[in-house]
Design a protein around this ligand. Structure first.
Ligand code: TYM
Length: 334
């Protein structure tokens, strides 16, 4: 069967954007693909320095996947750091990857741009080698498991192109001895195609601190939804729903009839942003209420999560081992 693979970085609690961009499409693919989903904890190490947070976010990402319906019996589900084969292959592939390709990777470029904007002369200030090498590790995540499709949000598509480039370089040098499949991105479509905005209107992102975490308690969820930035158009005036972050989030979660109705009412005037936000809160809360108890149980220390991840790591290593062995043979070691 064809293989679907994706990962989430534990740099914070998973949020609504992660759900629409990756988790839901990934879970949908489990019906027709062999599914391999993981927690990209060593990717998060490029930015997380707090040991307690690092552990807590890793647990939170794992508990989120299971709560939302990932079946660990039918999915290979693991923590990246439990699979050492990934890191050996990362070294091998970094030796066939041009530095120039990494110079163009957008997370690294964004870090340099931020330094330039702040007037910092050394554009690489604050950039560690983990951040710089990040796309190679991600390429290995994908290639070592032989992924055919990778469900991700728009922001990851450059990384998929880089993974294909790296696979191409290796194949070019070492031939078909070890065949790395060229992975294909599966991006959300329709109303879900747009990158989901966060509470300040920019892309919802853990690094901006503008996220709405999936399993926030109801009081916090209400506060976050109420705090979504909106303009000061008076209630009576016609409004542009497409310019509203709250509406873009609502579009992703409410049923199409309710969305259509809300759009018409906002455009006509007489409906305020407050009413939209109430509807958004109610929609999210109705969906999440039956799930919160399960999440709390899984995320608690000593839950079955540890055994699930340990079993997943065994399955992941079984897959990774022969791929690494093939790469070692191809380059002439071992
Ligand atoms: P991460 O942890 O930043 O995000 C996880 C997934 O959520 C998607 N996403 C969004 N989609 C829509 N709107 C948003 N506002 C939004 N924010 C995040 C992302 O596109 C992503 O699919 N490098 C990856 C993790 C990773 C990975 C991999 C993914 C490591 N190895 C191998 C796929 C395959 C990352 O930082 O995702």
């Amino acid at each position: 069967p064809r293989v679907s693979l994706t990962g989430i970085k534990p740099t914070g609690d998973p949020h609504l954007g992660n759900y629409i961009g990756a988790i839901r499409p990934a879970l949908d693919l489990t019906a027709t693909y062999e599914s391999i989903y993981f927690i990209a904890d060593y990717h998060a190490l490029t930015s997380i320095r707090d040991r307690a947070k690092f552990a807590a976010y890793t647990r939170s990402v794992a508990a989120t996947w299971i709560t939302l319906g990932l079946d660990p019996e039918r999915t290979v589900f693991y923590r990246q750091s439990d699979v050492p084969e990934i890191f050996e292959l990362t070294w091998i592939l970094s030796c066939v990857t041009g530095k120039g390709l990494m110079n163009r990777a957008h997370a690294y470029k964004a870090a340099r741009d931020r330094n330039a904007e702040s007037g910092i002369a050394d554009l690489d200030a604050g950039v560690n080698m983990g951040l710089f090498n990040y796309p190679i590790l991600m390429a290995v995540d994908i290639l070592v498991m032989g992924a055919d499709v990778v469900p991700v949000g728009q922001d990851q598509s450059q990384h998929l192109e880089i993974a294909a480039d790296i696979a191409g370089s290796f194949n070019h040098l070492y031939g078909d001895v070890f065949s790395l499949k060229i992975p294909e991105a599966v991006l959300p479509s329709g109303v879900n195609a747009r990158t989901m905005p966060g509470t300040d209107g920019r892309k919802m992102s853990k690094s901006y601190g503008n996220t709405i975490p999936l399993f926030a308690p109801p009081s916090q969820l209400r506060k976050l939804v109420r705090g979504i930035r909106s303009d000061s158009t008076p209630v009576e005036a016609p409004k542009d729903p497409d310019a509203s972050a709250a509406f873009q989030i609502y579009e992703n979660f409410a049923d199409p009839e309710a969305v259509k109705d809300m759009r018409v009412r906002l455009e006509q005037g007489g409906t305020g942003w407050g009413e939209l936000k109430n509807a958004l809160f109610e929609t999210l809360d109705a969906w999440l209420t039956p799930l919160r108890a399960r999440y709390d149980e899984l995320v608690a220390p000593g839950s079955e999560l540890d055994a699930i991840l340990a079993a997943g790591a065994d399955k992941a290593r079984d897959r990774a081992r022969p791929v690494l062995a093939g790469a070692r043979r191809a380059i002439g070691v071992g």
